[in-house]
Design a protein around this ligand. Structure first.
Ligand code: ADE
Length: 301
């Protein structure tokens, strides 16, 4: 609805950061419309005390639609509030220059990148998998906590995937990239805007893939199931060889699911299958998924 897309400028002004306090550095990541660079933020007054941050900016700051989208993303992060397992927003620069979203810096980068590194390591030495299993189990519990928090704030993320989980210095997993997130407060669920071009099809629940394009907390749980699969597959891409929303939807409707990864237990695969119940009503919520994960702490590798 229109209320879920509105931008509260008063809220934004409270989080304004003077861009002179930012010193931008190397590129951390790049998307279709924006990029993220590493930067240092100097606190007001204390000139020598800097903190590392990540700055998200637009490739084309003159594009009014892109600006609107980044402002919406900022508002959603503000609505989300602080939680240990959601990437923090430090503030925003919007005066006298380009829009710059100042985010908490995640020292270890994305979970997807970490999984690729682990895959390379495990080729040399299989024992690293069992040795590091508890780290990934813990990260998945943390993502569940983050999802539970989003649910209490009535936010649907819509893009839960290993690429959007960032890992901070202490190894804490944080849900990031609210570019596709929606505030569902007004209507309880969200119908996809026409013209949303790039969608994470292989992470989407059937009801999100279908024409009605419905995204709810339960479709985030579906995506979480795909995230579990990504971890067990050490960062491989799901459904190799299947492309297009219609083909994925047809496969799912015909009871096809991602196959069981070799590196997980039957019990862990059963949990993935629960997340991939075709009917969202019968899918568990994030709290239930977290309890099931906790009850089976050696499900990966
Ligand atoms: N890549 C994208 N966002 C990032 C962040 N906040 N910290 C580190 N790397 C990132």
């Amino acid at each position: 609805g229109s209320t879920s897309g509105s931008i509260d400028m008063e809220l934004l002004k409270e989080k304004e950061i003077d861009r002179n306090r930012l010193q931008c550095g190397q590129l951390l990541g790049e998307g279709a419309f924006g990029r993220v660079v590493k930067a240092t933020l100097t606190p007001p007054e204390e000139v020598d005390l800097e903190v590392m941050v990540a700055v998200k900016e637009l490739k084309d700051d003159d594009d009014p639609q892109a600006r609107q989208a980044l402002l919406r993303e900022t508002c959603i992060m503000l609505l989300c509030g602080n939680h240990d397992n959601v990437l923090g927003l430090k503030g925003i620069c919007f005066r006298d220059g380009p829009l710059q979203l100042v985010l908490e810096y995640a020292e270890h980068g994305s979970l997807l990148h970490l999984l690729w590194t682990l895959r390379a390591e495990s080729k040399l030495n299989r024992t690293v998998l069992v040795n590091k299993r508890h780290i990934f189990e813990n990260m998945m519990l943390e993502v569940c906590c983050g999802l539970e928090h989003l649910a209490t704030r009535r936010l649907v993320h819509r893009d839960i995937a290993a690429r959007n989980i960032l890992i901070c210095g202490k190894g804490t997993a944080k849900i990031a990239d609210f570019g596709l997130a929606r505030d569902v407060y007004a209507v309880g669920y969200h119908r996809q805007d026409r013209g949303d071009a790039l969608l994470p099809l292989k992470w989407m629940a059937p009801e999100s893939l279908k024409n009605e394009a419905r995204f709810t907390h339960k479709s985030d749980v579906w995506s979480f199931g795909v995230l579990l699969w990504e971890v067990a597959q050490l960062g491989r891409t799901p459904y190799p060889g299947i492309d297009g929303a219609d083909r994925i939807y047809d496969a799912l409707q015909n009871h096809f699911r991602l196959p069981r990864p070799q590196l997980c237990t039957e019990e862990r695969y059963q949990l993935m299958l629960k997340c991939w119940k075709f009917n969202e009503e019968t899918r568990p919520d994030a709290t239930t998924v977290r309890k099931l994960l906790k009850a089976d702490p050696n499900g990966f590798f």
